[in-house]
Design a protein around this ligand. Structure first.
Ligand code: FMN
Length: 193
């Protein structure tokens, strides 16, 4: 059975990315996948302290919920990450998780000396879902770069991204059932991929 980690990166429980991710999760479950939902705002995860306590073993020395998330992702075949755009990047909750994964980067590139292969050696497939209020052409450019390299550290290829502009207030996404359906279909396809 395909096992998927679904990461809710917005501080809003019922916001636009949360609704999209819920639909993707439902699609994946309907296709037979087992999905673990990770709500970052409910977890205690410190920002990276840049002390490189991970230098010897590749394991972060800060004791908090990061390890739970890390273990869940390690046990999964695919990852879905949903984050709103905050100042042209991901939310703070999401960025904190990304930065803590520097310990995995240390393990991969410093300790194991894995040659950089980009997406070629990826074990997992990743779906990224994002929403921003504005409509600029470059709205997602910086974020996509961050997500691509974050996924690389998780041995995950950016398999698909669903990016929606012009959605600001909680519930705005409900005016676009076609976006919710796209998320549902993407979750289903990810489970089958
Ligand atoms: C702190 C903060 C920063 C934001 N920065 C941007 C931004 O740079 N560009 C943009 O288009 N929207 C920005 N927004 C709007 C959110 O992306 C938008 O409200 C989105 O729908 C929120 O998704 P959510 O409901 O899943 O949290 C920002 C909102 C907040 C609260």
């Amino acid at each position: 059975m395909t096992c998927i980690s679904a990461i809710y990166g917005s501080p809003r429980r019922k916001g636009n990315t949360a609704a999209l991710l819920k639909h993707a999760v439902q699609g994946a479950r309907d296709a037979g996948a087992q999905v673990e939902e990770i709500v970052l705002r409910d977890l205690k995860i410190s920002p990276c302290l840049e002390i490189y306590g991970c230098k010897e073993s590749g394991r972060c020395v800060i004791k908090d919920d990061f390890h739970k998330v890390c273990d869940m992702i390690a046990a999964s075949d695919a990852v879905i990450l949903a984050s709103p755009i905050f100042f042209y990047t991901v939310s703070a909750h999401t960025k904190i998780l990304m930065d803590r994964c520097q310990s995995l980067w240390v393990k991969k590139y410093w300790i194991d000396k894995t040659p950089f292969a980009g997406q070629q050696q990826a074990k997992r497939k990743g779906l990224f879902i994002s929403v921003g209020a504005t409509k600029g052409k470059k709205l997602f450019d910086g974020t996509l770069l961050s997500v691509r390299y974050f996924f690389d550290v998780l041995d995950t290829e950016l398999w698909k991204s669903l990016l929606y502009r012009g959605l600001d207030f909680e519930g705005d996404i409900l005016k676009h059932p076609e976006y919710l359906n796209e998320a549902y279909q993407a979750g289903k396809a990810l489970a089958d991929a």
